[in-house]
Design a protein around this ligand. Structure first.
Ligand SMILES: [Zn+2]
Length: 230
């Protein structure tokens, strides 16, 4: 009986596996002061560290869509200070990416098998999906507030799940196993992925060939790629 209910629980939640790619990350001007110098893990001694230190690469500011002004309303639970800092950096980048000209262009141009559409789109056009995202009226908090309401809880599991949520709760869970080492772009993609579930979008539970073209995966990938270009 217990086993059955655990299986049921797993089937009910959206578990979200994503590919991890770490890339050379940029720095926002206001992040320079709080920056930690990350040393090359391969270097065996610190003797050459002065030569190895590189100027941080400033993020490229990308054009913003003039009518786009999505903000965030963030609550972090069970985060260490270091994890908080990382999540806030990811969220800063989400705001820039989601309000960009590029984001609108790519959501509107999203294709699956040659058709301009998302998989499991609830009958919505790409343009309708874009404006649902920009309204940010979560199903459980349905006023159009142009704010991503994010209540994110850190947990640890050795399972291959980056993050998950349930349809009937506002909370999103993020697995520290992946969070701690993921790039900011990958963290951001996962947060946006989970958040689109809050807007009511779903995807196949299993790793089907069409799943990457669902709204959560498709939009998550767009966010990730825009941040990687910054
Ligand atoms: Zn998902």
């Amino acid at each position: 009986m217990k086993r059955l209910s655990i299986l049921l629980l797993i089937a009910l939640m959206y578990s979200c596996k994503q590919v991890i790619v770490n890339q050379g990350e940029c720095v926002m001007p206001d992040e320079i002061e709080s920056m930690e110098i990350v040393k090359n893990k391969n270097s065996e001694s610190d003797q050459d560290s002065e030569q190895d230190e590189q100027e941080p690469r400033l993020c490229t500011m990308i054009p913003q869509e003039k009518d786009a002004n999505l903000d965030t309303n963030v609550t972090l639970i069970n985060f260490s200070d270091k994890q908080k800092e990382k999540m806030h950096k990811a969220i800063t980048r989400i705001k820039i990416a989601i309000n960009s000209v590029e984001f609108k262009k790519r959501v509107l141009a999203h294709t699956y098998k040659g058709e301009t559409t998302f998989v499991q789109n609830d009958g919505l056009t790409n343009e309708e999906i874009y404006y649902i995202i920009m309204d940010a009226a979560e199903e459980l908090s349905p006023q159009v507030d142009n704010e991503l309401d994010l209540e994110i809880q850190m947990y640890y599991s050795r399972k291959r799940v980056v993050g998950y949520t349930y349809p009937n709760v506002t909370k999103i869970w993020v697995n520290s196993k992946y969070f701690n080492t993921n790039s900011l772009a990958a963290v951001a993609a996962n947060v946006v992925h989970e958040w689109t579930h809050k807007l009511g979008f779903g995807h196949d539970y299993k790793s089907t060939s069409r799943r990457p073209y669902s709204v959560p995966y498709g939009v998550g990938t767009i966010i990730k790629e825009i941040i990687e270009q910054m």
